[in-house]
Design a protein around this ligand. Structure first.
Ligand SMILES: Nc1nc2c(ncn2[C@@H]2O[C@H](COP(=O)(O)OP(=O)(O)OP(=O)(O)O)[C@@H](O)[C@H]2O)c(=O)[nH]1
Length: 797
């Protein structure tokens, strides 16, 4: 291989470590070549665009964050005209250079490299009229299109002797350049220009540069005129699209020193912005940031290869979209990562302090990062993507906003509840006042918190949450009021019960004509107390007139129900009998001084007995609602579940009868006792009866005491009788005797019936007659008490 790297120029540092050149597709490359800067085979011989450009820009070259602060130039020219040699000298690159003796094409496709210590990218384009490719002008056109679309400056390299050769290879190339330029930038007439820098090589000095440049200009004009221009651009001038510069370089071999100094001079045009001939003027910029070059250049090459119209504005928009998306994604990933620290506390129901400023800051950082890189791209696309990113960030932050709102809502309700509880525990606090002040306090708290987290440039609203909160507080206050009111009513009920129970019980234990009057008075007094209490509480609970009226009605009804309940309790059978007995005893058995009454023969026992026995039960039959204070009856409005008239009934007819019957049995004993005491009083025998009895019965007496048999019988019957009389047990004996008699009678009747039935069955069956029993038989079914009473009745009569 005769190809050697052209490393003997002044820009190359001696200390640079040799490296392997990464140009696998080049057949002419050397294996161990000292290289200065990594170069990239951007478009290889197969016309494939390298996927490595991005890596080179970001990692191997120092252009990652260059943005627009870099330049791109390309070199054109016939094959083997020293293009690579020139580039290596000018920019310290390491493009392959043909050896002096071999004279064959070295550069295939397009190579790209960064200039040493400068933010310049150089493309070394395959030589035109390449022998290797024969007459195929296809790649030539494609590479021209690509270079013009991407580069600010095109260096046109030609030998001095080529100048004026209008039909030479260079002119063909220039025609191509002009054509593609019109295709690409036709619409940008006068706005976007490309600089064509003609470098005339091997200038020996015989023809001055001015002459050479004039010749070239004339040729260029001729080419321009010969072009078929697109519609509407027929009269356009070459200078509308191109600026021209011309320079010469001495013969490298014949005038090496002059050659070197010419190269040094020429380098200044690329490196020194203050040089009058500085080439990288802003008007030539393609406005493609370094980090988007791979996408932009790759897209252009794709379009060229697929033979589609190369619409550069669209390409720039595509680039902008792609890059803005990339930048937005990177910025958003960081944003997402930062913001997520708030998720957990918010989801756990906590309120994050300073969430608003923190969210603002995090969003600001993300947007700033996006702006920094994306603002370089197509303005419209950038604006659109910025808006998209802002929306996306806001959407994410809105979840935090809503979460925090929810937590603020919850906390506000808790605060409200605590305030109410606290106030209700405080003596004398008024419910409505506490509700209003608490509501204001918590709504202020919520609004303050909500405002603090609403970010600028958002449509976020907390109105709905605020409305919900207001409703929630209202409902809570209503429920709380209801609860407290119920509590108060329960207490009131207890109070009523306490007020009613004992006094009503006492009144009923003292039955008599004024009994119901006393009960009604107790009821009225209790209701009055309750009403006063209710009036007091009405203010606390902010009760309106209707509510107060309803509560008062309820209070009266409730008190009435409690009172009637107590009456019912007091009028159960046992209690009734007790009351009746006490009252009866009080009236019948004791006199007005509370002493036991001794009935005399002249006393009317029957009337007070009947009065005491019969007047009380009807008294308890129904509540008499006559109010003694007002002298009129009162009544309560009945409702669906409250029947006032029904509530007045204490004892039904049946119960009255039952109680009367039961009581009769008890009271009859007292009546009999009274009667007996009268009989006992009446049974006093006069003295003369005793004297007459002794005189008349003296003989019988002597007969008895003288006859041992009579004496013995008399002693056996008389002594127990006297003893029982003395012990007042004659009644018992009589009862037993009657029982014995009854049993005997019953047995005798059963026996008789049995005998009769037996005879009847033995006889032919006559028509059966209903059985007739003596009246005494019916009385057998009566209970013991009846037997006792009937026997006593008999005795008393
Ligand atoms: N006469 C002369 N020869 C030069 C000059 N510069 C370079 N050469 C020689 O020309 C030959 C070709 O040089 P390259 O730099 O490879 O030329 P090229 O245009 O890059 O070649 P291709 O890439 O193959 O088109 C080499 O042998 C160089 O030494 C110059 O200024 N004058």
């Amino acid at each position: 291989m005769d190809i050697v790297p052209d490393v003997d120029h002044p820009l190359i540092d001696d200390h640079v470590v040799p490296d392997v050149i990464d140009s696998p597709s080049s057949p002419t490359k050397t294996v161990q070549t000292p290289t200065i800067l990594s170069r990239l085979h951007l478009i290889d011989e197969e016309q494939k665009f390298s996927a490595e450009l991005s890596t080179y820009i970001n990692e191997k070259w120092t252009l990652k964050d260059a943005g627009f602060n870099y330049n791109l130039a390309a070199i054109f020219g016939s094959q083997s005209t020293g293009k690579s040699t020139l580039l290596n000298r000018l920019f310290g690159t390491s493009f392959d250079v043909m050896s002096e003796s071999a004279r064959r094409q070295t550069t295939k496709g397009i190579w790209i490299s960064q200039g040493k210590d400068m933010k310049v990218l150089i493309m070394d384009v395959e030589g035109t009229d390449g022998r290797e490719r024969g007459e195929d002008q296809d790649f030539e056109r494609k590479s021209a299109l690509f270079s013009v679309a991407t580069s600010e400056v095109l260096i046109v390299n030609l030998w001095e002797h080529q100048v004026g050769l209008y039909n030479g290879a260079n002119m063909g190339l220039l025609k191509t350049v002009f054509e593609v330029n019109l295709q690409l930038f036709g619409g940008n007439r006068g706005k976007e220009k490309t600089l064509l820098l003609f470098v005339i090589r091997d200038h020996v000095g015989a023809t001055p540069l001015a002459n050479l440049s004039n010749t070239l200009k004339a040729d260029l004009e001729r080419i321009w005129h010969g072009l078929s221009k697109p519609e509407g651009l027929e009269d356009c001038k070459i200078t509308d699209y191109f600026d021209f510069m011309f320079t010469t370089l001495a013969h490298k071999l014949l005038q090496p020193e002059k050659f070197e100094s010419d190269v040094d001079q020429l380098r200044l045009r690329f490196t020194n912005p203050s040089d009058p001939n500085y080439v990288f003027q802003p008007q030539y910029s393609r406005r493609v940031p370094a980090d988007g070059l791979h996408f932009y250049a790759g897209g252009i090459w794709d379009k060229i290869m697929t033979n589609k119209d190369l619409d550069l504005p669209t390409q720039q928009e595509l680039l902008a979209q792609y890059r803005c998306d990339e930048i937005a994604n990177t910025a958003f990933a960081i944003f997402q990562d930062t913001i997520k620290e708030f998720r957990q506390p918010i989801e756990s129901g906590n309120i994050v302090e300073d969430l608003g400023p923190k969210m603002q800051e995090i969003r600001g950082v993300a947007m700033k990062s996006f702006d920094k890189d994306a603002s370089r791209y197509h303005a419209e696309v950038y604006k659109r993507k910025r808006s998209d990113m802002l929306t996306k960030a806001n959407t994410m932050l809105e979840a935090y906003f809503l979460g925090q709102l929810k937590n603020l809502h919850k906390k506000a309700v808790n605060m409200f509840s605590a305030n109410l509880q606290q106030a209700l525990r405080t003596e004398g606090s008024e419910f409505s006042v506490v509700v209003n002040s608490s509501k204001k306090e918590v709504l202020d708290y919520f609004l303050q918190g909500a405002k603090a987290i609403k970010l600028e440039e958002t449509e976020w609203s907390y109105d709905e949450e605020l409305y919900q909160l207001e409703q929630g507080l209202k409902d809570f206050a209503t429920a709380q009021r209801e609860k407290e009111l119920n509590k108060m009513l329960n207490n009131l009920e207890k109070h009523l019960r306490k007020e009613l129970d004992e006094p009503v019980g006492l009144a009923l234990n003292n039955p008599g004509p004024g009994m119901w009057g006393r009960v009604i008075t107790i009821y009225q007094r209790t209701v009055e107390d309750g009403e006063q209490l209710l009036h007091k509480k009405a203010r606390t609970f902010d009760l309106n007139q209707d509510e107060q009226g309803e509560l008062l009605i309820n209070l009266r009804r409730q008190a009435w129900v409690l009172m009637t309940k107590k009456v019912q309790e007091e009028s159960v059978d046992g209690m009734m009998l007790l009351k009746l007995r006490n009252r009866f005893e009080e009236k019948f058995r004791y006199d007005e001084h509370g002493l036991p009454r001794v009935w005399k023969p002249d006393d009317d026992i029957d009337t007070p007995f009947r009065k005491a026995r019969d007047e009380l039960v009807p008294l308890f039959a129904k509540i008499n609602t006559l109010d003694p204070a007002k002298g009129e009856k009162f009544e309560l409005e009945p409702t669906e579940d409250f029947d006032f008239d029904q509530s007045l009934k204490v004892l039904s007819e049946t119960r009255q009868q039952e109680i009367t019957t039961k009581f009769k049995r008890e009271s009859d004993a007292f009546y009999l006792e009274a009667k007996r005491s009268v009989v006992a009083t009446q049974a006093k025998v006069p003295y003369w009866v005793g004297v007459a009895l002794i005189v008349l019965g003296w003989n019988e007496f002597l007969a008895v005491i003288t006859n041992p048999l009579y004496l013995m019988v008399a002693a056996m019957v008389g002594v127990p009788m006297v003893a029982m009389w003395y012990l007042d047990m004659l009644g018992l004996v009589e009862t037993i005797a009657w029982k014995v008699y009854d049993q005997g009678y019953k047995l005798a009747m059963d026996k008789l019936k049995e005998t009769m039935d037996k005879r009847e069955t033995e006889k032919p069956q006559p028509q059966r007659q209903p059985q007739q029993y003596p009246p005494r038989y019916d009385s057998i079914s009566k209970d013991e008490g009846d037997i006792e009473l009937s026997s006593l009745d008999k005795k008393s009569q």
